[in-house]
Design a binder for this molecule. Structure first.
Ligand code: IVH
Length: 405
């Protein structure tokens, strides 16, 4: 690729991604699927790596997350809220694990060849690194600060450095303890987790909004995000948001855990909800088995899970591995194949069933979605299609709700 071409593409991608960020994070109205967004971002990262001279100071890759909305007070995170590296491939998970092993043993190369230096490193020859595997909840990242056991602040991630103060809304979430249970908790504790909405609550909310002629939310995550940013927390209560704790920022004082697993267990005793499918794994094989199992189970769950987060369990090992500007080296996300894709409506036709029932059908430009190619969809909610005025030639975001027959 010619440098001049790279420069052009970098600029175009940056603008495009920024537009999508704005639609997604500020307007709660995404127009492309996560997989496509990730693809754009990865392309931009690759180009910036190859042509660093063209990297813009305002590049989309400089941000971890979103723009801050103006109307809620802002909060500067004491410790940046990082994002996670993610991949759709098990082979890449294996490569991540190899990097972890290398990172934890300065003489890894040696001890793979059974060198006597092996004993110098943190890892003993052949030792496996224990890992946690946790469902990746498709919600909104949130940091909750407790001082002397009392909830004093709830903040969104925002752009990773500065988020919004949503304490009033967080307090309406029943799975968030206002006061930590038990004794012996740290003087200062900032837990991080996911605010999300159950699929059923999301469907109920959208039904209500449709009846009231209000705009519908695209998915449970956007509904959770919109609800968490409401100014009037009396409205938030009825949204029935939920919270799963998954990590921590600040942890000062007594009873510092030694591992992620111990932290999750402590959180349970403090009164937080920890995802019940979280698993402590002795080795990577167990993690991979879990990834496959959860992918099968995914549809049965009450809430959206878009992958598995894999973490090095030991906190000293996590510290040794450290982080890049964007994400920790001790964790990675295995993402399930996307159920969403964008495509063009070719035409809207009518299908007449055996019993004479007439169902409108949208014919699409075929698009790959969650492992299969989709070229048509029956339109059971035709009123909504009419309301949105969807016609041939329109670009649409489609989401697979079940198996394709
Ligand atoms: S650990 C350094 N664990 O996924 C980030 N994150 O794509 C440590 N997420 O910002 C986060 N489920 O909001 C972690 N079990 C889980 C998670 C999880 C969902 C979110 C989190 C993060 C995003 C990254």
């Amino acid at each position: 690729m010619k440098p001049s071409e790279a420069k052009k593409e970098i600029e175009a991608l940056s603008t495009q991604i920024e537009e999508h960020n704005d639609r997604y994070y500020v307007q709660n109205k995404p127009s492309i699927s996560d997989a496509e967004y990730d693809r754009l971002l990865k392309r931009l990262m690759a180009l910036e790596e190859e042509f660093p001279q063209f990297k813009l100071p305002t590049s989309a890759t400089q941000r971890v997350g979103a723009k801050v909305e103006g109307n809620l007070p802002t909060v500067t995170h004491r410790l940046k809220m990082l994002s996670l590296d993610n991949t759709y491939s098990i082979d890449e998970i294996k490569l991540w694990y190899e990097r972890v092993v290398k990172g934890l043993s300065p003489h890894a190369g040696d001890f793979l060849r059974s060198s006597p230096h092996a004993g110098d490193s943190l890892l003993v020859k052949g030792q496996q690194i224990s890992l946690t595997a946790e469902p990746k909840i498709d919600g909104v990242s949130c940091a909750l600060t407790y001082k002397e056991g009392q909830l004093v602040l709830g903040a969104t991630r925002g752009d990773g450095s500065v988020g919004e103060d949503v304490t009033h809304n967080v307090k309406t979430i029943r799975s968030v303890p206002l006061k930590l249970k038990g004794k012996g908790h740290p003087q200062q504790l900032e837990v991080r987790g996911e605010v999300y909405m159950d699929k059923e609550d999301f469907a109920r909310l959208n039904r209500q909004r449709q009846e009231q002629g209000e705009e519908l939310f695209v998915n449970p995550r956007n509904a959770a995000s919109g609800s968490l940013k409401l100014l009037d927390s009396r409205l938030t209560v009825s949204r029935r948001l939920r919270f799963f704790v998954h990590s921590f920022g600040i942890l000062e004082g007594k009873n510092h855990p030694e591992s992620q697993w111990e932290f999750l267990q402590q959180c349970q005793t403090y009164g937080f909800a920890v995802n019940p499918f979280s698993l402590l794994c002795k080795n990577l094989d167990e993690v991979i088995r879990f990834c496959h199992q959860m992918q099968q189970k995914r549809q049965e769950l009450l809430y959206d899970v878009d992958g598995i987060v894999i973490k090095v369990n030991n906190l000293a090992q996590q510290q040794q591995l450290g982080a890049t500007m964007k994400s920790p080296r001790w964790a990675v996300a295995f993402k399930f194949p996307a159920y969403q894709a964008t495509t063009l409506v070719k035409e809207i036709t009518v299908q007449v069933g055996r019993t004479g029932v007439v169902t409108p059908v949208a014919e699409f430009q075929p698009v790959f979605c969650g492992g299969v190619t989709i070229s048509r969809a029956t339109l059971h909610n035709f009123d909504e299609i009419k309301r949105l005025n969807i016609n041939s030639g329109d670009r649409v975001l489609i989401e697979r709700a079940g198996d394709v027959i």
